[in-house]
Design a protein around this ligand. Structure first.
Ligand code: RB5
Length: 143
C-alpha cells in the first residue's frame, strides 16, 4: 500500500507512531509533515497531503490534528477528496465500504494510539461496496 500521512502539532505524536507501524507492516509511507511539536497550521498540511494523494495517486491518506476535525474540514474542500473523521472502528470500516473515503482523519488528543491503529487497520481491510453507495458518492461529487 502506498500511503501519505500528515499532521499538525496536535497530531504529531500519533502520526509518528502510525507511520512507524505502517512502515513495519511493509507499506510505503510518504510523510508531508509536520516534523516536530512546533506549532503548525493544519489547513496547510491538509492541502499538501491532498495534493500529494491526488498528484502521486497514493492509495489513501491519513491526517492527524488535535481532534481530526480541522484537517477533515480543510481536506473536504479539495475536489476529489473524501475525508472521514473516525473515532470508532465501525465508522472507520464504513468510511471505506460506504463512502469510499480516500482520507481518514484522526484526533491525536481524542483517541488513544491503539484505537487509532485499529481504525487504520479496519479501514485498510475494507473494500468499497459500490452499487447504491457509488451512486451516492457520485451525488456527493456532483454537489
Ligand atoms: C491545534 O491547537 C488544534 O486546533 C488542531 O490540532 C485541531 O484540533 C483543529 O481542528
Amino acid at each position: 500500500m502506498n500511503i501519505v500521512i500528515g499532521s499538525d502539532h496536535g497530531g504529531f505524536a500519533l502520526k509518528e507512531e502510525l507511520k512507524k507501524r505502517l512502515t513495519e507492516q511493509g507499506c510505503q509511507v510518504k510523510d508531508v509533515g509536520c516534523s516536530g511539536n512546533e506549532t503548525a497550521d493544519y489547513p496547510e498540511i491538509a492541502e499538501k497531503l491532498c495534493r500529494t494523494l491526488l498528484d502521486e495517486k497514493k492509495d489513501f491518506g491519513i491526517l492527524c490534528c488535535g481532534t481530526g476535525i480541522g484537517v477533515s474540514i480543510a481536506a473536504n474542500k479539495i475536489k476529489g477528496i473524501r475525508a472521514a473523521l473516525c473515532s470508532d472502528c465501525y465508522s472507520a470500516r464504513m468510511a471505506k465500504a460506504h463512502n469510499n473515503a480516500n482520507v481518514i482523519t484522526l484526533g491525536g488528543r481524542t483517541v488513544g494510539t491503539e484505537l487509532a491503529w485499529m481504525m487504520v487497520q479496519e479501514y485498510m481491510k475494507e473494500t468499497f461496496l459500490g452499487g447504491i453507495h457509488e451512486t451516492r458518492v457520485n451525488m456527493i461529487n456532483n454537489l
